[in-house]
Design a protein around this ligand. Structure first.
Ligand code: ZN
Length: 404
């Protein structure tokens, strides 16, 4: 499976993947998924939000066990974020058939559309639409960097953009959804475990900081006469790092816009975006509050005007405890990766389709060790042994949930 998936959407220059929603690379990934489904005798269908499903058994019976992830990527993404979950799902089904397991519940493997949001700027569009967490009006307004709207892109790919929207009947047929994903951090590596179970997805959000000063000539304006918002921005970046360390959370300024954006001009405006995440709401509130306070103190001293706007926010997602405990029981009983220790339970700062679906469906996640913790980069990696451990763990979980 990896061999056939490897060349799709791969950039020769970076070695990373550019599999964006409704592009040619996305269509190739979808054909790959369909071929894998058909090779195993599964019924392939695409729902009206562009998510792919490969069914074993009759979905209309309900209480289905579903596993899967996504095949799209961020710009120059790694090979594993998304595809590891889809490949492992097919491999786990092969393993269950090898074991002679008999399915007592309908079973499906999914590929959720546009998970990364690389093209239209909003993550998890396929699952959000299905779960009713993204309105059709909002989705229809999404545009990519070239000005192509989501409906235009869907139509060009042969799909009907007027059919998108909430799909409660479909979600109601799912009794459990399990997503396997490469870990996007080093918790498993530090603990020496190949596989872990997710406890929660951290609350996270984006805040826009507008620092306004006075544009002027870089060569003729005395230092004492300047009102330079870049300096206040820089002090805020350092404060964010310091406050994140103090609070035990994460704070990142990774995007900036400068006006007039000239080499020889003192800026009039510096706009910086803060991405902040923490294990719980209180820590996140404390952290972002402290960054904003530091920014205001520096701005006041320097005669800089500051506006802070929260642009997006996702509260904590606690995965269903009963399903998580059931999964831990199955994995601890089987000890599929031979550590002799209970399977670790860990939180994550990254969003996933499983997090979106958890509002409608009992949901759980498995993580596979990533030795460097690097993700959203061509350097993202998981060893073959760990990938196999992930497949066996997923097979055990699915057998426990769906088989007699
Ligand atoms: Zn992912």
């Amino acid at each position: 499976m990896w061999r056939s998936l490897r060349p799709i959407g791969r950039s020769g220059a970076s070695g990373g993947y550019r599999r964006y929603a409704w592009t040619g690379a996305d269509a190739e990934c979808r054909l790959w998924f369909q071929a894998q489904a058909e090779a195993r005798g599964l019924d392939h269908e695409v729902d009206r939000n562009g998510n792919q499903w490969a069914w074993l058994g009759d979905p209309l019976r309900g209480d289905a066990v579903v596993t899967g992830s996504h095949l799209d990527s961020v710009p120059d993404g790694g090979a594993f974020d998304g595809p590891l979950g889809v490949v492992s799902s097919f491999a786990a089904l092969d393993e269950l058939r090898r074991r002679g397991a008999v399915f007592t519940r309908p079973f499906a493997i999914t590929n959720f559309g546009d998970e990364e949001g690389a093209r239209f700027g909003l993550a998890c569009v396929g699952s959000r639409l299905a779960a009713g967490q993204l309105t059709v009006e909002h989705a229809h307004r999404l545009r990519d960097g070239e000005g192509v709207s989501l409906p235009q892109a869907m139509e060009a790919a042969g799909y009907d953009p007027d059919a998108i929207g909430p799909d409660p009947e479909r979600l109601a047929r799912i009794g459990a959804f399990v997503e396997l994903h490469v870990e996007q951090g080093r918790a498993l590596d530090i603990g020496g475990d190949p596989v872990g179970v997710a406890s929660a997805i951290w609350p996270h959000g984006r805040w826009r900081f507008d620092f306004r000063g006075e544009a002027n000539h870089a060569g003729t304006t005395r230092l004492a006469d300047r009102r330079d918002p870049m300096l206040t921005y820089a002090e805020t970046v350092l404060a964010a790092r310091r406050e994140a360390e103090l609070a035990g959370g994460l704070a990142t300024f990774g995007k900036i816009a400068v006006e007039p954006n000239g080499v020889n001009a003192i800026p009039s405006l510096v706009r910086g975006w803060l991405d902040s995440r923490a294990a719980d709401q209180d820590t996140l509130d404390t952290l972002v509050g402290a960054v904003e306070r530091a920014a205001r103190e520096h701005a006041e001293k320097a005669g800089i005007a500051l506006d802070v706007v929260r642009e997006s926010f996702t509260p904590v997602v606690e995965f269903r405890h009963a399903l998580r405990d059931e999964i831990r029981r199955v994995l601890d009983a089987g000890d599929p990766h031979g550590t002799g220790r209970p399977v670790p339970v860990l939180g994550t700062g990254a969003g996933h389709d499983a997090g979106i679906l958890s509002a409608s469906v009992p949901t759980a996640m498995l993580f596979v060790r990533n030795p460097t913790g690097v993700s959203h980069s061509p350097a993202e990696h998981a060893t073959e042994d760990d990938c196999v451990a992930g497949v066996l763990a997923l097979a055990d979980v699915l057998e426990g949930l769906a088989c007699s």
